[in-house]
Design a protein around this ligand. Sequence first.
Ligand SMILES: [Zn+2]
Ligand SMILES: [Zn+2]
Length: 347
Amino acid sequence: MRAAVYRGPSLISLENVPVPTISAGEILVRVHTCGVCGTDLKKIEYGLVAPPRIFGHEFAGTVVEKGSKVTRFRVGDRVAAHHHIPCRKCFYCRKKLFSQCEFYRRTGTTAGFEPAGGGFAEYVRVMDWIVEEGTVLIPDNVSFEEASFLEPLNTCLKALETAELEPGEVVVVYGQGPVGLLMMQSAVYEGARVIGLDFLKSRLAMSRELGAELALHPDKDNIEEAVARVTEGRGADLAIVAAANPRAIEDALRIVRRGGRVLLFAQTVAGEMVPVDASRICVEEKKLIGSYSASIELQEEAARMIFTRKINVARLISHRFALDLLSEGIHLASHPSEHSLKVVIQP
Ligand SMILES: [Zn+2]
Ligand SMILES: [Zn+2]
């Protein structure tokens, strides 16, 4: 089969690799759509992990083969998979910090080499623990493209849960790219009033269209004044930094109210240092928190929200690329333009 193999920093090569073989508890999925995720971009661009790997964890496709012990799925079923599942028993799982669980960090879907998702290939092997707990059946009226958003939406719901979002709160989301727009919609769905920030006009227009109360440009609009107007001068209850811009963190700590929260969602590269006015945390009692990856406890909720179209994910896809154009897709996703949003690969 054909696969896009990561061979080193910013190096992706289209190669012929063996179709993965499956064991008794596993399934083989023919990939239809796989989203290009920001974490993939960083791993590929900065070479954060050792090659070779086949990335792509936001995938949906059709079961083409199943092991003898698999009872949950049949050949022909349309599915989407989460690539990580926690053990539910360890110290971190007992504290519901599932993404810190050692077992969770083992990736359970692969198209070959060190498991890394595998969605940037024609076929993916889904390992037994993912078949049991991380694989979701897609209803007939939902497209593969929509279903490929299950894992990313889950990560947004988890972030809002971590931030203890309450209905009626005012939330500022830095970045209205595909992830920021997903986060914005999730917060609106949970009853928040959301202000979306972005430097691109098209993304601000999309933000308003999909439910933001305000969508503002950090350089052209007075954000502080706009936030003050909707919060009786207090400042936002919560700011979510869904953009890699380090300036946004400093800014977010300023525009949340006393006792407010700033949640980091896009800071996934180790060693990144940012300036923080510590008195905002000490004297003003603001909380600087983070959230990473998905929660198994939100899997059903994420599926329900997408399958009943409570969240509009179809509008977020701007580009569909064949497998041999993955490098182009990666370039586009990491250099956003007025015309680009979510990039997906359709092998
Ligand atoms: Zn992802
Ligand atoms: Zn665990």
